[in-house]
Each structure stands twice: as structure tokens, then as C-alpha cells.
Design a protein around this ligand. Structure first.
Ligand code: SAM
Ligand code: SF4
Length: 330
């Protein structure tokens, strides 16, 4: 048996999410403000540094890595990182979260790197709403990207939809129908208060997972899935379909007691909890100790004591977490 990272509360850390870029071709209203400044390139981890970090985590017992962002697929040469991480022993799952804008040209190439699972964000099926929520008019491109991913035959495709009251809450049934017709999964996400945004008051836009389940139950027979997953999602099945419906409910369901994950920001900070500011600079450790994996591993081991027992997001106007989701890696 190899080493296993365990935090002060006995939780095994087996899952790392890495933000590979803070840049994005969308400007989703819940994720970014109107005026964003992006990291200087020198602060962004190189693809080699990201792979090096992946190695360190895997040697510490991590078995799942998610590449996210910003939009991971707009990072130059990102396919190489998928190939290199995919080759590492003891990594059971390498997964991607994407907004889907690049999938028409990249789905097949991603499949060829060995990537098996992919999450695609889709909040609405209506072009004008898509424009309002993402500040782009690329709905059709994303829909074609979803088709390209289905055609590339990934083992699993899941849609992610952030639901905001009076923006897209009336589309939850249509989004589930869309997923059922394509034989793919879907998760609904409650908005989290990360970074300052201009477009709406997050408290007023809150639409709970409970409410979504109520809306869905008017049309579908949702049965609780017996699958046990470590992490924030709770899953339901719809009989006679291949679709699983998940709910990520940071407000209405506190999932901290089973948290198995940490995050690495685009600039190489280890973030132990999405709902807290505390972080450790791994980029300097990597750059000051090139080729020394042991120092990096020891720093990670020493940092895990800072993983808090939990967080408690509050809704309201006051800013709680300064970081934006695109740097953090959603
Ligand atoms: N650009 C990619 C995408 O949109 O899928 C990957 C990065 S994005 C930050 C990852 C996920 O975080 C997306 O599903 C997005 O909807 C979600 N997200 C962004 N900001 C959020 C917020 N404030 N609360 C909840 N989810 C958020
Ligand atoms: Fe970009 Fe994803 Fe954030 Fe939307 S949610 S702005 S697609 S990083």
C-alpha cells in the first residue's frame, strides 16, 4: 500500500481539481465580474509544472484529477497534459470540466488521449438567455460540441447547470429531457458566493435543489440512487432512462463531512476548501526545488492540517470569498 493523504478529521484526500487557466471565452454572470483582470503569464503554472504536481498528488494517494478553469480547452497544447497525466500509474480517473465551446474540434482528440469522462456546462437551451448568462452567442456551438462528445463515445458525459431564479429556473424540466434524449447525465448546481459579480444579487437569485426536485417530480419519477459517491453530489435515477440527475447543493446540503478533495489554483496555490481563503503557495516550492518531488510532496503533506472541518456559505450582498471561480477551478 502506498501513502494516503488524510486530513485532521480523518478524511482521505483522493481527488484534486486543477485550474489550468483563469482565462475563458465566456463571461458567465455567476462566475465572472464585468471587469476581470487575469493573472500574468509568469504566475501561471506551466503544463510541465501541472504534470509534476499531478505526479506528487498521485504518489500521495490521489486517484482522481479533474482539469478545469477558466476554460481548460483554450489553453495552448492542453491535449499534451491530458496525454501525460493519463499515462501515470495509479490514476484511476482523469476528468474534464468544459463550457463545450471547443468540443466540435477537440472531442475526438480528447478521446484519443484516453480521457473517459467529461462534464459540459449548459444552463439554458434558449439562445437569448444563453447570451445573457454567458455573454456570448455560442449556444449552437456548445450544442454541436455536446453532439461531438456523444459521437466520440466517452464513457460518461454529464451536463452541469447552474440554476438562478428568474433567469433559467423554468428550464429544469427541459434540460433533463435534453439529457434523457441523449442518454447522458445532468447535475444542477446552487450558485456559490465566489468573487464580486455585477449582474445580480446572489441571494435573490437563489433557487434551491429542493425546489428543483419538486419541479422535476411534477414530470418525472425521481428515485434516490443507491450509488455512493464521495463528494457533494446527491444522485437520483429516472426509471427507464440512462440518465442520472445530480444535485450539488452547497447551501441546502452541507457536504463537508465527506469532502475528499483539494484544489490547485491557476497560479499554483493549494486550496483546501472552496469556502475558505486559506491557501499554500506550491508554485514557489516547485520553482525553488526543480526536480525535487519529495520536497513538494512533504509540503503538501504539511499543508493538509490546514484543511478546515467545513464551510458555511451565506447568501447576501456582502462579499465572503474574494477568489473567482475561474481561478479556483470549479
Ligand atoms: N469553463 C468550464 C465550465 O464552465 O464548465 C470550467 C470551469 S467553470 C468555473 C466550472 C463549473 O463551475 C461550471 O459548471 C460553472 O457553471 C460552475 N460555476 C462557476 N461559477 C459558479 C458559482 N459562483 N457557483 C456555482 N457554480 C459555479
Ligand atoms: Fe468561463 Fe466556465 Fe466561468 Fe463560464 S463558468 S465564465 S465558461 S470559467
Amino acid at each position: 500500500m502506498g501513502y494516503q493523504l488524510v486530513d485532521s478529521f480523518g478524511r482521505k484526500i483522493t481527488y484534486v481539481r486543477m485550474s489550468v487557466t483563469d482565462r475563458c471565452d465566456f463571461r458567465c454572470v455567476y462566475c465572472m465580474g464585468e471587469k476581470m483582470t487575469f493573472l500574468p503569464h509568469k504566475n501561471v503554472l506551466t503544463l510541465e509544472e501541472l504534470e509534476w504536481l499531478g505526479r506528487a498528488f498521485i504518489e500521495l494517494g490521489v486517484t482522481k484529477i479533474r482539469l478545469t478553469g477558466g476554460e481548460p480547452l483554450i489553453r495552448t497544447n492542453i491535449l499534451q497534459l491530458f496525454r501525460n497525466l493519463g499515462k501515470l500509474d495509479n490514476l484511476d480517473e482523469l476528468v474534464l470540466t468544459t463550457n463545450g465551446s471547443q468540443l466540435v474540434r477537440m472531442a475526438q482528440l480528447l478521446k484519443e488521449t484516453g480521457l473517459k469522462r467529461i462534464n459540459i456546462s449548459l444552463d439554458t437551451l434558449k439562445p437569448e438567455r444563453f447570451q445573457r448568462m454567458t455573454k456570448t452567442n455560442k449556444l449552437e456551438t456548445v450544442l454541436q460540441g455536446i453532439s461531438a462528445a456523444i459521437q466520440a463515445n466517452f464513457q460518461n458525459i454529464k451536463l452541469n447547470a447552474v440554476i438562478l431564479k428568474n433567469r433559467n429556473h423554468d428550464e429544469v424540466v427541459d434540460l433533463v429531457k435534453f439529457a434523457i434524449e441523449r442518454g447522458i447525465d445532468i447535475s444542477f448546481i446552487e450558485e456559490m458566493p465566489l468573487g464580486t459579480i455585477d449582474s445580480h444579487n446572489r441571494a435573490e437569485a437563489f433557487y434551491s435543489s429542493n425546489q428543483i426536485r419538486k419541479d422535476l417530480r411534477a414530470v418525472f419519477n425521481l428515485t434516490v440512487s443507491t450509488e455512493i459517491t464521495a463528494g457533494p453530489s446527491r444522485y437520483y435515477r429516472i426509471p427507464n432512462t440512462n440518465t442520472k440527475v445530480g444535485f450539488i447543493s452547497p447551501h441546502s446540503h452541507n457536504f463537508c463531512d465527506t469532502c475528499n478533495r483539494v484544489r490547485v489554483t491557476t497560479d499554483g496555490y493549494l486550496l483546501l476548501c472552496l469556502g475558505k481563503e486559506h491557501s499554500i503557495n506550491l508554485r514557489d516550492i516547485i520553482r525553488q526545488n526543480p526536480n525535487d518531488l519529495e520536497v513538494l510532496k512533504q509540503t503538501i503533506i504539511d499543508s493538509i492540517v490546514y484543511k478546515p472541518e467545513g464551510h458555511n456559505f451565506k447568501l447576501g450582498r456582502e462579499l465572503q470569498i474574494m477568489r473567482y471561480m475561474n481561478v479556483t477551478g470549479g
